[in-house]
Design a protein. Structure first.
Length: 244
């Protein structure tokens, strides 16, 4: 099914104002990958004619998609599909690997990188020995220069080395020391960005974010990562496969 047919089908299957049906249909079809990220949308005139809507209605719908981060206007390329970044639930991978697979350049802005000791709460949650040395790393994660997530990770110092400054991939650093997680427990919840988080991610306070809590276990069964990450809800989505 081509792009226009898919949008028209979804519009016809919905009820409500035309503009709302158009926006929802475009969002769903673009999320499905009908037009690949990085590719340009057809012109407004062509889209309006093919979808039998006015250019003002289409323009408003595209404006709302741009506000959601699904599309963006780029000089010389017109309106380009950005799309939400998929994260596979069935695959153990880090942010750097995920972005590279999408053809995006991953970068980080280190907000904190400090060495301390495991306290009572952390020892109870992770099973790490009380008082053992840990590194706390807080980073703003960016893709193509755009803020995508805020991450707070706590790892044993021996898993990364005391000289690790937070630059580069955490998992690649752990790989080099044979300390990468081999099993991960995650919990996901939808929440709203407070003012501090919104400022870091460049979104409005109260905007939807995906909060992911993660415990990573090494080959020996001990915890090698205790992390909490807040992803922009308009730029990230989790996907998985379930077989019966």
């Amino acid at each position: 099914m081509d792009f226009y047919a898919a949008v028209r089908e979804r519009m016809e299957a919905r009820h409500g104002p035309l503009g709302e049906r158009l926006r929802n249909a475009l969002t769903a079809v673009l999320d499905s990958g009908a037009i690949a990220p990085g590719e340009s949308l057809p012109s407004e005139r062509e889209m309006a004619e093919a979808l039998a809507v006015s250019r003002s209605t289409l323009r408003q719908g595209l404006k709302e998609l741009a506000q959601q981060g699904i599309i963006a206007t780029r000089p010389g390329a017109g309106t380009v599909v950005i799309g939400r970044i998929p994260k596979a639930l069935s695959q153990l991978s880090g942010f750097t690997e995920d972005m590279r697979q999408r053809g995006l350049e991953p970068t980080s802005r280190v907000l904190e990188c400090s060495i301390g000791r495991v306290g009572a709460d952390a020892a109870f949650r992770t099973g790490l020995p009380l008082g053992s040395p840990i590194l706390t790393l807080v980073r703003l994660r960016l893709a193509g220069g755009e803020a995508i997530a805020l991450e707070r990770a706590v790892v044993p110092v021996e898993a990364v080395g005391a000289d690790y400054d937070g630059s580069g991939s955490l998992y690649e650093r752990m790989d080099a020391r044979h300390a990468r997680p081999h099993r991960v427990l995650q919990s996901l919840s939808a929440t709203e960005a407070d003012e501090a988080l919104a400022a870091h991610l460049g979104i409005r306070p109260g905007a939807a974010v995906l909060e992911v809590s993660q415990l990573g276990y090494g080959l020996s069964g001990t915890v090698v990562e205790d992390a909490m990450t807040w992803y922009r809800g308009d730029r990230y989505k989790y996907v998985g496969e379930i077989r019966g």
